[in-house]
Design a protein around this ligand. Sequence first.
Ligand SMILES: [Zn+2]
Length: 298
Amino acid sequence: MNKQIKEIRKKIEEAEAIVVGGASGMSAASGFKFYYQCDEVFKMLAGSLENKYGFHSFFDGLYHKGPTRGERWALLLRTIKYIYDCHTGETYKDLAELLNGKNYYIATTNQDAQFYRTFPANKITQIQGDWRYWQCSSPCHDEIYHNESMVNKLHALIKNDSLPESYIPRCPHCEQDMAPWVRSYGFLQGDFYQKEMERYRNFLQKNANKKTVFLELGVGMMTPMFIKEPFMNMVYQWNRATYITINPQHAIIPKEIASKSIGINDDVALTLKRLLGKSTDGIEQLDKTLLFNPSRIY
Ligand SMILES: [Zn+2]
């Protein structure tokens, strides 16, 4: 068995607390690549808008200036519906097995809610929001709205890759358009968000002097300030902490914490299988050349 895999298993086995940091690489390794790549899922979500405007991934489409409001909402509604309806990623199932019975907490920049498929909500904090909620785009008031039934209803009203303008959801208070509750200029960091962050901070404080493993999965360099840098800082400051990073591109370890760290420069899905002692047959390895390029800023 690979020496690093053996070491990580031992660290996890002995850990009194595990702080998981999960980012886009967790979902990409489970096959959810349409956010940054042109695959069959993206083509289904974009329909004719792909060729009409020349964008080739969900995020490119979302931030493209071309589509009308109705077209943008069609892309949004199809994507959110897909997030509700899609399968549960294999990496999430494997991580749940790995953490079973452990004292753990999960911080994630993912907005696709996959962690909620295999972990209880009170053990997760979403730093960048969640597509399953809407907020007022202004925002004029501090409330987020679960959107599943609205998404299903509005999805059925899409015509020619566009939602008729009269159906675009409006804020019940100020009549402005609603917006997905995900990081943007107007991202609502109100009561709900603060409580979620507080639960995460409490877990960290409670475990600061324990044998704690920081397990970083698929965290890239797009927003290192949310997971990667705090993890490195805490490992530096906490005497008994260990930093484990699994990432096919960015398994970076600063020299200051090198003696307390293990970096695996490999696919997250394969590595989780190996940690569980499972077969890796039939797992599609991510093509590193096609992975999201973090120098593109959104
Ligand atoms: Zn409003």
